[in-house]
Design a protein around this ligand. Structure first.
Ligand code: DSN
Length: 416
């Protein structure tokens, strides 16, 4: 490969990263493994192009191929989700959310979203983020007993604060989102309903999670999570909002789109339109349930007591405050890659939280099924019970390598 000659340092690190991904179990709920076709589009000559504007309305010449690619991506995105309009240019989730807010809100306007510690995203109104600084953010949390979103509470907050926008969506919440109920509340107070479906868009596309369409006014998904595409995002909206969304993306908040990523989004959307992808989405959820069941059997506490989607939130509070990070580090030594995460009412901090978030999109892409989930659940439980045991970690690390060798990341991967 050319890169070995030009830049051996980076080349070596890329090789090491390939090996790390091959030999470890990736349970990070927001990550996945793309197909070779998506990788090829991402690494294509489109990297060399500038194309500010939209198809047939570009500021630079030489965009005939880019136009065709972007139109294909838009049409596939609309078809997959049954949306009226799609903008496929957003660089990623946070810039896309910034564009959505810019399209509908003025600084100071009130937004209502799920609190970060209860499973919402930074861009849903956290005070350290632009969304909590530019706008007046009010958060809802989850019910203390059930740890689920309480729609009566969302309605009470909405009626009280009369936000201009209500956000339905999650980044660390393992249950179904009732988009229809959110829409009813938004309609009652004349608010815009914005669904952030970044985590669950692959499940929606695969028919295993209810769709926010036609209930929401606007929706956003990143393309690299359960949707299994390149890093990026797509915004969907009703046709009547198309112009204001497009303007908010370009020229409002972005410059030239990353055309190589637009092409890779188109490829991933084509893959997501297949019957194979429906099976894949079904297996993601079946795997998450099997993993959750195994953890519960081993006495591990899960937020909400289980999962409906691709994600499991392990609550380590029964064992102490702030154990998320040391446990994630112990798991990593055993070859199991996760992230520490807050749990509802966490007395720990965002950097030192008391939970672990895990998810099954990447292991399902590798072809692992419920039997393997039971094995992995057992390993995780053993490490949680005995996090200082280095011999246990190295024994499991060896077993993880053997398991991973049986489920290699294949370059031509298409799920079947
Ligand atoms: N970092 C993403 C996640 O892990 O959910 C969200 O931005």
């Amino acid at each position: 490969m050319e890169i070995e000659k030009i830049d051996p340092d980076i080349s070596l690190l890329l090789e090491k990263e390939n090996l790390r991904q091959q030999e470890t179990i990736n349970l990070i709920a927001s990550e996945n493994i793309v197909s070779q076709a998506v990788l090829e589009a991402s690494a294509s000559a489109l990297t060399n192009k500038y194309s500010e504007g939209y198809p047939q309305r570009r500021y630079y010449q030489g965009n005939d191929n880019v136009d065709d690619i972007e139109i294909i991506a838009i049409e596939r995105a609309k078809q997959l989700f049954g949306a009226e309009h799609a903008n496929v240019q957003p660089y990623s989730g946070s810039p896309a959310n910034a564009a959505v807010y810019m399209a509908f809100l003025n600084p100071g306007d009130t937004i209502v979203g799920l609190n970060l510690s209860c499973g919402g995203h930074l861009t849903h109104g956290h005070q350290v983020n632009f969304s909590g600084q530019l706008y007046t953010a009010v958060n809802y949390c989850v019910d203390k007993l059930t740890e689920r979103i309480d729609m009566d509470e969302v309605r009470r907050i909405a009626l009280n604060h009369k936000p201009k926008m209500i956000i339905s969506g999650l980044t660390a919440y393992p249950r179904i989102i009732d988009f229809e109920a959110f829409q009813k509340i938004a309609q009652e107070i004349g608010a815009v309903h914005f669904a952030d479906i970044s985590h669950i868009s692959g499940l929606i596309a695969g028919g295993v999670h209810p769709s926010p369409f036609p209930f929401c006014d606007v929706a956003m998904t990143t393309t690299h999570k359960t949707l299994r595409g390149p890093r990026g995002a797509i915004i969907f909206c009703k046709q009547k909002y198309a112009k204001q969304i497009d303007r908010a993306v370009f020229p409002g908040s972005q410059g030239g789109p990353h055309d190589q990523i637009t092409a890779a989004k188109a490829v991933a959307l084509k893959e997501a339109l297949t019957e194979d992808f429906k099976l894949y989405a079904k297996d993601i959820v079946a795997n998450a349930r099997a993993l959750a069941d195994e953890l519960i059997t081993r006495g591990i506490k899960l937020v909400t007591g289980g999962t409906d989607n691709h994600m499991i939130m392990i609550d380590l509070l029964p064992m102490g405050v702030g154990l998320g990070r040391p446990t994630a580090m112990a798991l990593e030594k055993a070859g199991i890659v996760t992230n520490a995460n807050t749990v509802p009412d966490d007395p720990g901090s965002a950097f030192s939280p008391s939970g672990i978030r895990i998810g099954t999109p990447a292991v399902t892409t590798r072809g692992m099924k419920t039997d393997q989930m039971a094995t992995i659940g057992n390993w995780i439980a053993s490490i949680i019970e005995d996090p200082q045991n280095e011999k246990l970690q190295s024994d499991i690390e060896q077993a993880v390598k053997e398991l991973c060798a049986n489920f290699p990341i294949r370059p031509g991967l298409v799920y079947n």
